[in-house]
Design a protein around this ligand. Sequence first.
Ligand code: UD1
Ligand code: CA
Length: 463
Amino acid sequence: MGREKSIMTGTPLLIVILAAGKGTRMRSSLPKVLHPVAGRSLLGHVIAAAQGASAARIAVVVGPGMEDVRKESAAQAPGAEVFVQEDQRGTADALLAARPALAAHTGNVVVLFGDTPLMTPATIAAAEANLAQADIVVVGFHAGDPTGYGRVLTDASGAVTAIREHKDASEAERQVRFCNSGVMGFRSARMLEVLDAIGNANAKGEFYLTDAVEIGRAKGLTVSAVSTDERETQGVNDRAQLAGVEADWQARKRLDVMAGGASLIAPDTVYFSHDTVIGQDVTIEPFVVFGPGVTVGDNVIIRAFTHMVGIDRKIKSGAKIGDGVELGPFSRLRPGADLGKGVHVGNFVEVKNAVLEAGAKANHLTYLGDARVGAGANIGAGTITCNYDGFNKHHTDIGAGAFIGSNSALVAPVKIGDGAIIGAGTVVAKDVAADALAVTRAPHDERPGWAAKFRAMMAKRKK
Ligand code: UD1
Ligand code: CA
């Protein structure tokens, strides 16, 4: 889990993520921190930021009975310790639920909220760097509308004196627009002493972590503040805020992808996943969706309305789109699609758990599932791999250079040799040898003049 010692201060960093909130305003059976942004849970984003900031140890504070949050934490950070806060008595109480981790730690501690997924490793590192001079650091931001946030109060010299929660603030204090993001850092030496001194005599009757500032100062500790962009501090309390965070995440990712050498003709219509990898000189047309686990090579064109999902619960390897691939419009890639160099996949073609080797083409109206398509093979319009018998999935193997005529059904398990030709409309239920022709068409039966005679007879009968 990252380096042992932080590059910023040379001491090990413990990051504690507070995630015990149920998130009742989400109106969901799913705990709030498990709702996804860009295909990854809110908690997963926060853990990734903690890992990006080279935390030596990560602790996650969850609510009672949140087994699935515990599992998500273990999946994202196997070494993270999980603590349970029995009652939701405020952010200081939540942090103290991780007391064993705090007591065992001798470096710096940074506290993050599990519902604030846009916080960057750079901001965490900036907070940590400040702990070289101060005992406590607060990450603040200049709020467009500060309503509801804790205000970071300063004295005439600019030193941070307190954080006042909105509900407890005076009219004058409410005029302050520099707000607490929720991210705070502490040198561990006197941290527990400060946290244990926090009471709950306030508007909400909660143990506020923010009171650490005033209490710390009274004990002679120094407090400093760093500032970050308001967009990073957005929290998720309801579904509208979830959509807002998703929009900001996507905006950030689109800029990254373009900076990496891809052209997005209509960036606002393209949706990425947290792990999407895009190469150079890639063109992405409007209305394209990337689900989790998709990797795109160089010189690829992805035409409009293409939908790609690279991994799911069963298939973990991820979809690969090789160099020079042409995709879409209206293509669908599902988990395990692996498109080699220069492959063409066209309109209304679905690919699942299938390898298309270099130069293979499936340009129209096709389903390729549980298959290998050899290099340079041509798959005609309307070809279907019949991979499922209602009980099990079976494999189709198509050799290099094979030609599959339009509207063919390949009944798996079946193997078509290199260079074989399958006539249009064939139902292939037996293996076909290399370079053979296979056709299962009924013989062509033609009766000259029959149609004209038939029409004449019918017309006479109708009179
Ligand atoms: C908090 C800050 C406020 C800041 C704002 C930024 C405090 C007292 N206030 O207010 O200064 O401007 O965030 O968004 O810290 N949690 C627990 N257990 C609890 C209470 C909270 O785990 O008993 C977790 C929540 O799940 C959440 C986080 O702590 O992830 C913040 O709690 P919340 O109640 O949302 O704090 P705010 O009122 O938003
Ligand atoms: Ca909040």
